[in-house]
Design a protein around this ligand. Structure first.
Ligand code: SF4
Length: 336
């Protein structure tokens, strides 16, 4: 499996009246063809901002650091250096939708309320795949059927507000997939849904990702959801990836105290009678990022004199795993 997207040293700052704030620092990850990477962390951890940078959808006040590298391998095998693209260029418009699709927590962020679902899907299909309008409509109907909407030939002519929340979510997935992307970025797509619909949409996304052989980045604050959908996981805290690796291994043996805290907060059958133990304290604001390890203000294992003063580097405690924590960096501790 080749890398579809590789992000290296992504650092994003925003110009504000109070000066420059940097909500994402030195983030590196990769997504492989046919696999799902889960990006997990509390709100404010920088998950959405990082993926918006990949889509070049950041506002004008954003500054991407010059040593950031974002490489995407297009469907025709061409290597695209995303960080060098002009956000208004034709190349980035081709990339958005046709190569990389995106779905959000709120479907109305994708749909315009004044056009039918079909109009919007047909436009996306004609832009990226099939210029013939009749053919494009057939592809759209087939896609609505594929995501489990009953009577798709009628639904296609409905407006977004005529559908229930769960149906709209399915229609948004169909819209994102209608241009045939090789990579799908799903930003908290199930968070606003009730538990039953959430499970159905997760099943659907897992099935589509497998059947279409897409790569996927699935953003959530819920490590339990990641366990169900993602083969690989990257745990973010205050704009930094603190741990990454294959999901099954990270869940079996979490190395970072923050990952351990997130896992302890998941209710599970054998913990039904136990009290859930959420990570104590609140995530600090990016304008008040602590010195040293960003997690030291909440970490029960913090090493006095070291964690609050020195930022841990990313090390590989085992092949395929990565963690940023002094507890696992004996060589770094001795040198500090
Ligand atoms: Fe805790 Fe220190 Fe590890 Fe940070 S580096 S997670 S403060 S032990």
């Amino acid at each position: 499996m080749g890398d579809l997207l590789t992000v290296e040293n992504l650092t994003i700052s925003f110009r504000t009246d109070e000066g420059l704030i940097t909500p994402v620092q030195d983030v590196s990850f990769s997504v492989q063809k046919g696999r799902t990477l889960g990006l997990v962390g509390e709100s404010g951890s920088g998950k959405s901002v990082s993926t918006k940078a990949v889509m070049r959808l950041l506002p004008g006040s954003a500054v991407i650091a010059p040593d950031t590298r974002m490489h995407y391998t297009a469907k025709d095998g061409q290597r695209v250096e995303v960080e060098k693209l002009d956000p208004r260029s034709r190349a980035i418009r081709r990339l958005r939708g046709g190569e990389i699709g995106m779905i959000f927590q709120e479907p109305m962020a994708s749909f315009s309320p004044v056009y039918t679902i079909g109009n919007q899907m047909i436009e996306a299909i004609r832009l990226h795949r099939e210029p013939n309008k009749r053919q494009a409509r057939e592809i759209a109907i087939a896609m609505l059927e594929r995501v489990g909407l009953s009577d798709p030939a009628t639904r296609i002519d409905q407006y977004p507000h005529e559908m229930s929340g769960g149906m709209r979510q399915r229609a948004m997935i169909a819209l994102a997939l209608s241009a045939g992307p090789a990579l799908l970025i799903a930003d908290e797509p199930t968070t606003a849904l009730d538990v039953t619909i959430q499970a159905q949409v997760l099943d659907l996304m897992r099935e589509l990702q497998r059947d279409l052989g897409m790569g996927m980045i699935f953003i959530t604050h819920d490590l339990g959801v990641i366990a169900q959908i993602a083969q690989d996981v990257a745990v973010m805290y205050l704009g930094t990836i603190v741990e990454r690796g294959p999901t099954a291994e990270v869940i079996r043996d979490p190395k970072h105290p923050y990952t351990q805290g997130l896992l302890a907060a998941i209710p599970s059958l054998d913990r039904l009678n136990a009290r859930m133990t959420p990570v104590p304290g609140d995530i600090p604001s990016p304008t008040e990022r602590p010195t040293g390890c960003p997690f030291h203000t909440r970490c029960v294992h913090a090493i006095a004199g070291l964690c609050s003063a020195r930022t841990p580097r990313e090390i590989a405690p085992e092949p395929g795993r990565a963690v940023r924590c002094w507890l696992h960096d004996e060589a770094g501790r001795s040198a500090a």
